[in-house]
Design a protein around this ligand. Structure first.
Ligand SMILES: Nc1ncnc2c1ncn2[C@@H]1O[C@H](COP(=O)(O)OP(=O)(O)OP(=O)(O)O)[C@@H](O)[C@H]1O
Length: 918
């Protein structure tokens, strides 16, 4: 038995036993057979048989228990030896004297188990002096009765002999016996009456069994075990400690815990560092460390390329006490090229060592086990199946059940009810009053449907909330749920999409089934365009069966509601134009609620909502008004972001509250991107940028219909902008006339014209300006009916269409008209800048000095603007509060449906790379 104990304990104990028994030189047949077994059990100590029984003077208790013939139950020398000069006192707990006959028997047994003569003599002497463990006498009995000793008995005998031959052990045993004797003489004859805490020493299983009978019969009433006593009873194989010295007959609990702990640690270490308890070695290592020393007991050829080496544990342990290889269960192995070569090599090595062929190391050949075969055969398949199950569980949100196999078809919608409710209310949604009104109707329908039904009205099934990103569609849906106090299922369109056909449809079914169970309730499908895309579109790109199946299922489910079912479906999308017509027809999504970017008033309200969480000492009315004026074109999400960014800017500056300047910096950052201080331009480049920007600024200042300029800068920002001019639209412009468009185009060309006028050559920096001007002119001609030659026609430019929606002759007219308009704008710009060449120079030089000019600087340099500013502008930008950053129009100006912010993006300079591509 391998005893898990601390490694030192194991080693020292193993040595203690082995030193006396085994001399591992070269393997003999007998040693080879039993030595491993001895090694395995060598760490056991002898358990005493029972707590020492007292000499029963009264002996009034008739002993009905069966005992060995010569065992008087007390370990005393048997009656026939009573004339011996040996003391008749018990030799020790669990120890007995041997009769002469038994001594003779012992000698003969020693010869049988091949103990050397010298050691046997020594051993006999010790036995005469100290007695023997009761275990040995039982073996002698067996031997005497002619039963012979089996292998296990042989091992036991060897082990006992080993202990009795070891001088350290003998000393310890002797000491224990002396103490025992002294204790007995000291009057404490009641050996069974253990003191509190005294350890029960009986531990042999057999002994315990007998003892129960004996004690129960002979000494009933005499045993007074204290609580906690006898806990170690029955434990074999550990030294206890007595007076700090090992007591071979006692078991120490701390040893046990140390042992157990060590075992756990050992196995943890073992499995961590040694993997399966084996190590690969080389042939050279094998030869040097094991073969030459005669430690190899057997070799097993496993498969064609691996040989397992089985060591003689005992021998290995004595030679390499600290080695892993000496541990039971640990094996070494080495790789071979071929079995033949291995056999040849082994033969040669053994011949060199002069090992006679009869004693050569046995080599066996193991076919791979059934388990290995099975593993190889089915392992990959099992692995694959396991992987599939795992993925499907993940995909299905775990578990099988409803929704099809492995839960694939289960809807992933999150359900919120009034407990886990969405806390958003309509008050948190600023602006979009009309959208709120529309959607409120759904809330009142869910709350009191009878109000509508009694008049015969059919309840609308659902509404599509459409609009640019970040305008608050999801927020509005959440607020609807928060207000209506009904369960709310929220799911994204993309969550229906799976790589398996049919899963989307199944999820839709599951979602609607759930919703019906929880009616009245709201289903919100965000980004419905992921599944609701028009089916006809697929014809070009190769149709998508899965998406169509999912869409069909939604159509069916929405039709399937009967009018009394109070399930409302809301859907959010940025692209209502691509949704399938069937989805949008009355009876499905009856209402289309378009949520636009907020107006000036809307922005102000949204700022108010988000400023609630911000610490600021500014006058909120003025602050929100000014910020709203600064941010035309911002959606709710942009505003939320700008406010948060302002707080971060303030925190970075260690301010105690967020001030106007922080908001302005934040807005500038949101619009233009990060300042790129690391981008250092050469003096000539900087000069070009300054004149380019000054050209824009002068145009903005002197053209009547241009937007008022706020700031002009040559500090590079964001991606590719080397400088910029910022303008503020007078209001949220929804209509623009030709004058405004022409002035805007002329202003946009101001940068390039200025370069032409002030430098011998031009740069690539105006590329983006040209793009904008061309787009504007084209839209004027093809969509806005601003060309007399083309007339009031609308040609929708669709990039996906191969064919132009007009004839070749019309195309030529359009081209000519676009060119004419751009030429006009160019001329307009050039005329102005030629006249104002000096002013351009003044502004550019000041810009080079200060890098950034505000409106006040321009007033100082150019005098007040000739044209009156709009009321809003003068209210918030009267020059007293400093100037602020620009709005950043992100849309192109090509759609009359989209209200165009009147601001003009001034991302004047492109990077050289961009320019090269042109
Ligand atoms: N009207 C508003 N009032 C207050 N906050 C708003 C408003 N609109 C948008 N926001 C802010 O913008 C954030 C994003 O809004 P939301 O997710 O609703 O936009 P969305 O229209 O659904 O965007 P997308 O189309 O990209 O999904 C909200 O969490 C909120 O902080």
């Amino acid at each position: 038995m391998f005893r898990p104990a601390t490694p030192q304990l194991v080693r020292s104990f193993a040595r203690l036993s082995l030193n006396t028994v085994v001399r591992p030189t070269y393997r003999t047949a007998a040693f080879g057979r039993i030595a491993p077994a001895i090694g395995v059990s060598s760490s056991r100590s002898y358990a005493s048989r029972s707590p020492q029984r007292p000499k029963n003077n009264n002996n009034n208790n008739t002993n009905n228990n069966k005992k060995p013939d010569n065992d008087n139950g007390s370990g005393e020398r048997p009656p026939e030896n009573s004339n011996d000069e040996k003391p008749s006192a018990p030799p020790g707990v669990g120890w007995v004297w041997l009769s002469k006959e038994e001594l003779r028997e012992l000698r003969s047994m020693g010869e049988v188990v091949q103990v050397s003569q010298e050691r046997l003599d020594k051993l006999m002497k010790t036995v005469e002096e100290m007695g023997v463990p009761i275990e040995l006498r039982e073996l002698l009995e067996k031997h005497k009765n002619g039963g012979g000793l089996g292998m296990l008995d042989g091992i036991k005998a060897m082990r006992v002999f080993a202990r009795l031959s070891n001088s350290d052990n003998i000393m310890a045993i002797k000491k224990m016996q002396e103490e025992h004797e002294a204790e007995r003489r000291g009057g404490n004859t009641d050996f069974n009456s253990n003191k509190p805490g005294q350890e029960e020493t009986a531990s042999s299983a057999k002994g315990s069994k007998e003892e129960g009978g004996q004690q129960g019969g002979q000494h009933s009433g005499q045993q007074h075990h204290q609580p906690g006593q006898g806990q170690q009873q029955g434990s074999k194989g550990s030294f206890g400690k007595k007076d700090g010295k090992p007591d071979p007959n006692k078991f120490d609990l701390s040893d046990m815990s140390v042992g157990l702990g060590s075992m756990v640690l050992f196995y943890a270490f073992y499995s961590m560092f040694t993997g399966d308890g084996s190590r690969e070695i080389t042939w050279q290592e094998l030869q040097k460390n094991f073969l030459d020393k005669g430690l190899v007991e057997k070799m097993v050829v496993e498969g064609d390329h691996r040989v397992r080496v089985e060591l003689n544990r005992e021998a290995a342990q004595s030679v390499y006490p600290d080695s892993l290889g000496a541990r039971p269960g640990f094996t070494y192995y080495f790789s071979i090229g071929s079995v033949d070569a291995f056999e040849r090599r082994l033969d040669e090595a053994q011949a060199e060592l002069g090992i006679p062929s009869s004693e050569r190391i046995p080599v066996s050949y193991a076919a791979p086990g059934i388990a290995t075969n099975l593993l190889f055969a089915f392992g990959p398949t099992l692995l694959l199946v396991g992987l599939l199950v795992f993925i499907s569980r993940k995909a299905g949100g775990g578990g099988g059940g409803a929704g099809g196999m492995f839960g694939f078809g289960k809807s992933k919608a999150k359900m919120f009810n009034h407990d886990s409710a969405v806390k958003v209310k309509f008050a948190d949604v600023a602006g979009m009053d009309e959208a709120k009104m529309e959607i409120m109707e759904f809330v009142s329908f869910l709350r009191s449907p009878e109000r509508f039904q009694k008049l015969g009205a059919k309840i609308p099934r659902g509404a599509v909330l459409s609009g640019p990103p970040g305008t608050g569609k999801t927020l509005l849906a959440k607020a609807t749920a928060g207000e209506s106090q009904v369960p709310f299922f929220s799911v994204s369109g993309s969550e229906f999409v799976e790589m398996f056909v049919g899963v989307g449809a199944s999820r839709v079914r599951d979602l609607f089934a759930n919703a019906r169970k929880n009616a009245p309730c709201i289903i919100f499908i965000d980004e419905i365009d992921a599944i609701g895309r028009s089916r006809s579109e697929g014809k070009f790109q190769g149709s998508n069966d899965e998406r169509e199946a999912t869409l069909n299922q939604i159509l069916t489910e929405m039709d399937g509601f009967n009018t009394t079912e109070q399930v409302v479906v809301l859907a959010g999308t940025n692209r209502p134009d691509i949704l399938d017509k069937a989805l949008m027809r009355p009876g499905r999504f009856d209402r289309h609620i378009h949520i636009d970017r907020p107006t000036m008033k809307g922005r102000q309200d949204i700022f108010k909502v988000h400023l609630k969480q911000i610490v600021t000492k500014e006058d909120i009315e003025y602050l929100t008004g000014r910020l709203a004026a600064l941010t035309p074109g911002f959606a709710g999400a942009d505003i939320a972001n700008a406010v948060n960014e302002a707080a971060l800017v303030a925190a970075r500056a260690n301010a105690t509250s967020v001030e106007m300047i922080h908001f302005e910096q934040a807005i500038e950052r949101v619009i233009g991107g990060l300042e790129r201080k690391s981008l250092v331009l050469g003096p000539e480049e900087k000069r070009t940028v300054a004149y380019h920007e000054a050209g824009h600024a002068i145009c903005g200042w002197f053209f009547r219909w241009a937007d008022p300029l706020l700031k002009v800068s040559i500090i590079p920002r964001g991606q590719g902008a080397l400088g910029y001019a910022q303008y503020l639209p007078s209001s949220d412009a929804y209509l623009m006339n030709t004058n405004q468009l022409m002035d805007r185009m002329a202003m946009t060309l101001g940068g390039r014209v200025s370069e032409e006028l002030h430098f011998p050559t031009v740069t690539t920096g105006a590329s983006d300006d040209f793009k904008k001007v061309t787009a504007m002119a084209t839209t004027m001609v093809t969509q806005w009916g601003m060309s007399d030659k083309v007339g009031p026609l609308h040609f929708k430019g669709d990039e996906n269409q191969f064919q132009k929606p007009f004839a070749e002759s019309t195309a030529q007219i359009i081209d000519a008209e676009v060119r004419r308009i751009v030429d006009e704008a160019y001329k307009q710009c050039k005329d102005l800048l030629t006249v104002r060449k000096k002013e351009v120079g003044i502004v550019a030089e000041e810009l080079l000095r200060k890098e950034m000019l505000t409106r006040d600087d321009l007033v100082r340099l150019l005098g007040p603007r000739e044209w009156p500013d709009k009321e809003e502008f003068t209210k918030y930008f009267d020059g007293k509060q400093g100037t602020a950053p620009p709005p950043f129009p992100t849309e192109s100006t090509d759609s009359p449906n989209e209200p165009q912010p009147a601001i003009f993006e001034k991302k004047a300079d492109e990077t050289v790379e961009d320019g090269k591509q042109q």
